[in-house]
Design a protein around this ligand. Structure first.
Ligand code: NAX
Length: 328
């Protein structure tokens, strides 16, 4: 029998946590044959609700779930963690400037990065979901100098999945026929969903669509502003779809991309495609044996170049701001 994999989830009492934990425990994160132990990390005010969620997890009698522990101390929460899903974050509230938001999140992600550095397992893989996800991931990564930088990733898989869904709706294709879509840049309104290399049932997606106006004026803004549209409709932000994307991100990272396809992940840039080294930006990646690689050699047209550059410029500004705040 396999040793259980330790999965730490922060913000476990939140709405994404509620949608996420049951799927981890039922085997969707790592595989139907992989036992897991959950380590829930909350702040003191969230402990009681996390305990309630843990009671419900018990009540599911999941065969793969080998234990649940709840903590409000990151040093304990990340002990022995093989996978860490950093979901809890400080949301932007009224009157908050970007600097305030970044420093409030620095107060969360810097100590969490340090706790990962000190206590996580050697094979730790980190996914940051809590916004601003890319820069929060950078803060955590900078606080964990003994962990290989590439283990810190940020979630753009929800954007990726949203883009596939929009493209399927536009063309009448099945979502499973759409491959090689890419989200570039920041998980923010500047993100760039790129269909120029995407395929629909083997045909180039941009050629199938053949409508640059739809691309520029409908597709890109619909994907980029989907989070706001969900809030408007639901009265609450995306939770089940965000949890689903977090499951997809880690499952793909651990279990690999399908032949001929790739996915999108926010990862520390190695300088590919002119994205400054070190910032955490979304790229097209293939994964295999628990490792990812940036898809190289894609031809970037002018339309794409301008949009990638704009999103990357925002990430550079965020990096400079957290540097000035002493957070990295
Ligand atoms: P909720 O406010 O429902 O839950 C957040 C939970 O985090 C709360 O229970 C809170 O007590 C806990 N928390 C706060 N600080 C913590 C800390 N230092 N340690 C441990 N737990 C802590 O938010 P929810 O809707 O679950 O969203 C969580 C985060 O995901 C937000 O930052 C949100 O912006 C972000 N999202 C990111 C997405 C992405 O695609 N990358 C999409 C969905 C979502 O908007």
């Amino acid at each position: 029998t396999r040793t259980p994999v330790n999965v730490t989830v922060t913000g476990a009492a939140g709405q994404i946590g509620y949608a996420l934990l049951f799927r981890i425990a039922s085997g969707h994160l790592l595989g139907a044959d992989v036992p897991v132990k959950l380590r829930l990390l909350e702040i003191p005010q969230g402990m009681k609700a996390a305990e309630g969620t843990a009671m419900e997890l018990d009540d599911c009698a999941f065969p793969l779930l080998k234990g649940i522990d709840i903590f409000d101390d990151p040093n304990k929460g990340f002990e022995g963690a093989n996978v860490a899903l950093l979901v809890g974050a400080r949301p932007r509230t009224k009157g908050m400037e970007r600097g305030d938001l970044l420093s409030a999140n620095g107060g969360i992600f810097k100590p969490q990065g340090a706790a990962i550095n000190a206590h996580a397992a050697d094979d730790i893989k980190v996914l940051v979901v809590g916004n601003p996800a890319n820069t929060n991931a950078l803060i955590a990564q900078a606080a964990a100098p003994d962990v290989p930088a590439e283990r810190f990733t940020a979630m753009t898989r929800l954007d990726h999945n949203r883009a596939i869904s929009q493209l399927a709706a536009k063309t009448g294709a099945a979502v499973s026929d759409i491959k090689r879509l890419t989200i570039w840049g920041n998980h923010s309104a500047t993100q760039y969903p790129d269909i120029f290399h995407a395929e629909i049932a083997g045909k180039n997606a941009a050629e199938v669509v053949s409508d640059e106006q739809w691309l520029a004026d409908t597709f890109i803004p619909t994907v980029a502003k989907r989070g706001a549209a969900i809030i408007e409709a639901r009265g609450a932000s995306s939770a089940a779809s965000a949890a689903n994307a977090a499951i997809d991100h880690v499952h793909t990272w651990v279990n690999g991309t399908a032949a001929g396809d790739w996915t999108s992940m926010g990862i520390p840039s190695d300088g590919s495609y002119g994205v400054p080294e070190g910032i955490i930006s979304s790229f097209p990646v293939t994964t295999k044996d628990g490792k990812y690689e940036i898809v190289q050699g894609l031809d970037i047209n002018e339309f794409s170049r301008a949009r990638i550059d704009a999103s990357v410029a925002e990430l550079v500004e965020e990096r400079d701001a957290v540097r000035e705040l002493g957070l990295i």
